[in-house]
Structures are given as structure tokens and as C-alpha cells.
Design a protein. Sequence first.
Length: 166
Amino acid sequence: MDIDQGAPIRARGSVDIAVPANDVWAVMTEFHRWSCWNPQIGEAKVEGPLAPGTRLRWRSGRSAIKSVLRTVDPPRELGWSGKSMGIHAEHVWRLEPTSTGVRVTTAESWRGWPTRVMRKRMTRVLDDAIASGLGNLKVEAERRVCWHGGCTADGHLRTDEVKAVA
């Protein structure tokens, strides 16, 4: 899955996380816990199995968002499309293993009448959401691994087999 490249508003970002991809995937797909680590999210509820076609309802700020999972490829790619207040969004997360953990890349596109009226402001909002969401994901994934014994005495992540328990 990819975002809508023709949409008037698009944003991308990536972050390196010093945790195995499976552990980051666990944080990303525990939708009911999103609000615990991402202050932009008020609540999130998945309505079925983690599979394409499953509905995901969540709140971001004052917006109630109705999404549908489009791509579920553990632990490599998660994508969904959604609608809220006249905006149609496409969002994709990709995880690529690195020598120190995983690189998470995310992209989102917005289309709809509000994006034409408030393009500059909404572009800043989406850019900020991508950056803060990636930062929050990194902190939570690394916190979970350290909290469950994946750190050395000086607080650095172990390089041997690290397991997180969600």
C-alpha cells in the first residue's frame, strides 16, 4: 500500500528504533493502548482481527476517525485508510530491520475539501503529527524493552537477544 501521491497534503518521516521489528510491531498494533504512549490519541478501538478489512475507530484531538485496515504484513507493513470531517486519509507504516534494531518509516496523505481551504495550516499539522508520532513510538518501544530487562546496568539496550513483553 502507498499513500495517495496526488493528494494536496502529504507527509513522511522515519526514525531508527533500537528494538527488534516484532517488538515495535506489537506497540503499533495494540490499538487500545495508543493513547497510553501517544498524547495525540484520545482512544482507539479495533473492531475485529488484525487483518485487511477490519475497522479501526479512533480519536485524534477533536476528530473522530473511522478507518479500515488495508495492509497487515507483520512485522513489515501496516496501512489503513480513513475519513473524518471531510478528509480522506491514507496512512502506511513500514518497518525495515537495521543492524541496531529497526527503521520505521511512515507516510500519510490527506484529500478533501478542507485540505484545499486550509492547505498550509493542515500541512503543518500533519508534519507535526508524523514527527511526534514517530518520536512517541520510539520512546515507548525502547521503554518497554528496557522495562522488561532488555537494558544493561548503564541503561543502554542489550545487543544480545532482547524480548519485550507488552
